[in-house]
Design a protein around this ligand. Structure first.
Ligand code: FAD
Ligand code: SF4
Ligand code: SF4
Length: 473
């Protein structure tokens, strides 16, 4: 280290595409220890580490890479977990090519340090050795926080607040803990057991979960405000965008989350009538997925694993402009997904059930004054046969002030919850974090927001306590 590497970049082995398209298991094996050490030692220990600057958690990457390279794995774990509540999850599903690894200075031509794979290795090794322990609170604060939403933002906040001795209760409308990490992201990217292992630790640390509880339906925000000293809203974004084109009410045209949730529930052993009836099962079907983000990639790869006879992904821009991770696109291609770039659906065709998609070929225009290329139709059209269409066009926030009859909860111009610099909404003592503030984003950003919101809540609770004492005195 401390010099330019001469060792080649290597990722842990990935299962062959022909094998992995037959099941939902994770696609890459963990590093073996000697290989992890060698790969970690490729880091040049930059004085200004661009990897760290571009990690949303500002993880101290060079330090834990150095410790991993020296086989000081417990210390490496301690440094990596100091800034990240769920490093085993980020190591698996962060789009590293756009974040830490994409900004590693040895990227160009030599291949960046395989930061995510080392982070996963360090954390899995810590679990195997019993170094990952539940939270042990030495002194209860006597104050309580309610968190609405058991996704990564809510869980990261719960983790940090419990460490400060607060009583933490997490409410969720789902029957399981994890949010999109359980019902959105498929097993082949993030095995559910990994999320459930974290849930177990959080429970052992004293965090209470109240599931099957839809706030706004089973309880009101006012109920929870009366129960807790502070509240955090971390409900994510779930309102699916739709194309709104002719034929979109035909049967077998589905929103992505319906499709992915059914598949994930099936994998978890639930009885899923919409899947068992064949409706949300892609087996033997010609499937067309519309969209170019992570959700679209998860849909096409799920359809392949369910045994679809053909899977086509339509994206209106070109490959270079795909919002999803380039790594995920490459994985999908090798598993047999056909991509049609610069292809925009024009109409869904069929009498009652979808039969085909009419597609308009697009082209990129010259860059405008902002440097951005737009798209325009070429006038050329073609049709693709389809037994099932999945729309993966992104998500918007629900209008929570209306849904929850709480007009005091102000919205930002893009419809998400508005917060101040301290994560507080327009309602005193009610905070918000994650996708419901940021809009559809990433797990790593949800963790960051959850941790920062927890720090702000803790500061406020301390202030409350101090003024209570002053009042009594
Ligand atoms: P969520 O994870 O959405 O959790 C919100 C929780 O709030 C849910 O459990 C929900 O049930 C609960 N809730 C909502 N309303 C209520 C209510 N009224 N009462 C009680 N509970 C409620 N990010 C990555 O970094 N890498 C990826 O590979 C990746 N893949 C993705 C794939 C898919 C298909 C999708 C949809 C997203 C993906 N993301 C990925 C994005 C990532 O999952 C989200 O950014 C992240 O989960 C947001 O966290 P959150 O805690 O804000 O919300
Ligand atoms: Fe990279 Fe994500 Fe880990 Fe940060 S949290 S170091 S971005 S994999
Ligand atoms: Fe190491 Fe790359 Fe980060 Fe530099 S940018 S510290 S070489 S991982």
């Amino acid at each position: 280290m401390l010099r330019f590497t001469t060792t080649d970049q290597a990722y842990p082995p990935t299962r062959a595409a022909e094998q992995r398209r037959l099941d939902f298991k994770e696609i890459s094996a963990p590093f073996i220890p000697s290989e992890a050490e060698i790969q970690a030692s490729r880091c040049s220990q930059c004085g200004v580490p661009f990897c760290q600057i571009h990690c949303p958690l500002s993880n101290n990457i060079p330090d834990w890479l150095k410790l991993a390279a020296e086989n000081r794995l417990q210390e490496a774990y301690e440094i990596s977990s100091a800034t990240n509540s769920f490093p085993e999850i980020c190591g698996r599903i962060c789009p590293q090519d756009k974040l830490c690894e994409g900004n590693c200075v040895i990227e160009k031509g030599f291949g960046s340090v395989t930061i995510g794979a080392v982070e996963k290795f360090v954390t899995e090794n810590a679990f195997e050795n019993g170094w990952v322990k539940p939270i042990r609170v030495t002194r209860e604060s006597g104050q309580s926080v309610g968190i609405i939403g058991a996704g990564p933002a809510g869980l990261a906040a719960a983790d940090m607040l419990r460490r400060q001795g607060h009583a933490v209760t997490v409410y969720d409308r789902y029957d399981r803990v994890g949010g999109l990490m359980i019902y959105g992201i498929p097993n082949f990217k993030l095995d559910k057991k990994i999320v459930q292992r974290r849930e177990k630790l959080l429970r052992e640390g004293g965090i209470a979960f109240v599931l099957n509880t839809d706030i706004g339906n089973n309880a009101t925000l006012a109920d929870l405000r009366a129960r807790h000293d502070a509240l955090l809203i971390a409900t994510g974004v779930y309102k699916a965008r739709a194309l709104g084109i002719e034929g979109d009410t035909l049967s077998h045209v589905y929103p992505a989350m319906d499709y992915l949730t059914a598949s994930n529930r099936k994998g978890l052993g639930d009885s899923v009538p919409t899947f068992d009836s064949g409706a949300l099962n892609a087996a033997h079907k010609k499937v067309v997925v519309i969209g170019g983000g992570d959700t679209a990639m998860d849909c096409v790869r799920t359809a392949i694993r369910q045994g679809a006879s053909a899977v086509t992904c339509l994206y209106r821009r070109d490959r270079a402009n795909m919002p999803g991770s380039a790594r995920e696109v490459a994985n999908a291609e090798s598993e047999g997904v056909q991509f049609e770039w610069l292809a925009a659906p024009q109409r869904f065709l069929g009498s009652t059930k979808i039969e085909a998609v009419e597609v308009t070929r697009m082209r990129l225009t010259a860059a405008d004054e902002t440097g951005r290329q737009r798209i325009e139709p070429t006038g050329e059209t073609h049709t693709i046969e389809a037994d099932m269409v999945i729309q993966a066009l992104g998500f918007d926030a629900e209008d929570l002030p209306t849904l929850w009859h709480e007009p005091a909860l102000a919205l930002s111009p893009n419809g998400t919850l508005a917060i101040d610099n301290h994560f507080m909404t327009a309602m005193p003592g009610v905070y918000a974090a994650g996708d419901i503030v940021r809009g559809a984003s990433l797990v790593v950003w949800a963790i960051r927001d959850g941790r920062d919101a927890a720090a702000a809540i803790h500061r406020q609770l301390l202030r409350n306590k101090t003024s209570e004492h002053a009042h009594v005195a």
